[in-house]
Design a binder for this molecule. Sequence first.
Ligand SMILES: NC(=O)c1ccc[n+]([C@@H]2O[C@H](COP(=O)([O-])OP(=O)(O)OC[C@H]3O[C@@H](n4cnc5c(N)ncnc54)[C@H](OP(=O)(O)O)[C@@H]3O)[C@@H](O)[C@H]2O)c1
Length: 336
Amino acid sequence: MRFWRVGVTSGVPSENKTKHYESLYQIKIRRTRSTATGRSRKSHYQIGSHFGRGQGEFGQPCRLAYPKGKTFFARFSFGLFKPKDKILGADFSGIVEAVGNNVTDFKVGDRVFGESLQGGAFAEYICAPAHACAIMPEEANFTEMACVPIAGLTALQALTTHGKLKTGESVFINGSSGGVGHFAVQIAKAHGAKVTAICSSKSVDFVKAVGADKVLAYDQHDIHQHQGAYDLVVDTHGNLSYDDYKRFGQRGVMVGFTTMGHMFSVLLKKAFGKFNLTQFTAQANTADLETLASLIQKGKIKVYIEKTYPYEKIPEAIGYIEAMHTKGKVAMVWKE
Ligand SMILES: NC(=O)c1ccc[n+]([C@@H]2O[C@H](COP(=O)([O-])OP(=O)(O)OC[C@H]3O[C@@H](n4cnc5c(N)ncnc54)[C@H](OP(=O)(O)O)[C@@H]3O)[C@@H](O)[C@H]2O)c1
């Protein structure tokens, strides 16, 4: 269903969003000044690679809502015949230009990053709910911070909110080299966990460099025969069976899933079984974004950006991330 993708990614009309600046709890964020080049002004919006979030998420919801006909059911929430929201993009970073009357935590000129629940981040200006924004770390640049919100929140909430990770525990992370995975490895290490990570053999060095203690390649090791023992199993790729979780985990968190059939099969078995397995959708909130900002500030998390695209090449960028073999993140940078 690529026609959706083409339709929603062409052009980035900024005026539309500025007109919608009406909520008392919103902040308006403008395109950001490029600290890297010192030239003119740029905005940076993450492209990323997960699905299932707000309609506007560029690479991510794009992959659920608009790609290749596998996910028709998603149209019931994202728009049956065409996307409800014409401007994609959920993750962003930028400079606050105006705040609603009831916003107290942000002021004009603040450098912020966050997630727009309604989409619209692929524009020069965006109105975002204040509760889904946080102040950027001082040293961080806009491009890297635009890559953090959804993937970082998902990794953090999978491990801590839902996985209840404790210091010294062992974690198994399936799908460890992508957006969510590379953050999950680093956040788990920051929590003092021992990390075993799964990725393709071509990504093994990358995942080791990110900090995993042990890395297994799924193209050389049959994960469904794996015999390890871990306190927590986090599956970002989404191909672990209920029996896999049970066989080598004490508790599990299902972040992604490969097919609807697979997801229902796991959740059905969970409903009748006793294994402690959680499936969730990440929620944006300032507190968790601040936790991520603090980990970045302390050097505990590094954002790895595999590719950066100018905004005119958004369709190309989506095509790239659709393959689901991104190393770290993909970013979109606003044109000069
Ligand atoms: N629940 C939520 O709220 C939520 C939020 C965000 C994302 N998600 C979901 O989380 C998943 C990951 O998102 P992402 O943004 O991190 O995706 P991504 O950046 O495209 O990364 C996908 C990763 O999966 C790995 N992979 C591919 N085939 C694999 C296999 N057979 N076994 C193990 N790993 C494999 C890839 O590694 P190689 O390149 O090394 O093959 C890649 O690192 C997606 O399904 C997404 O929908 C859920």
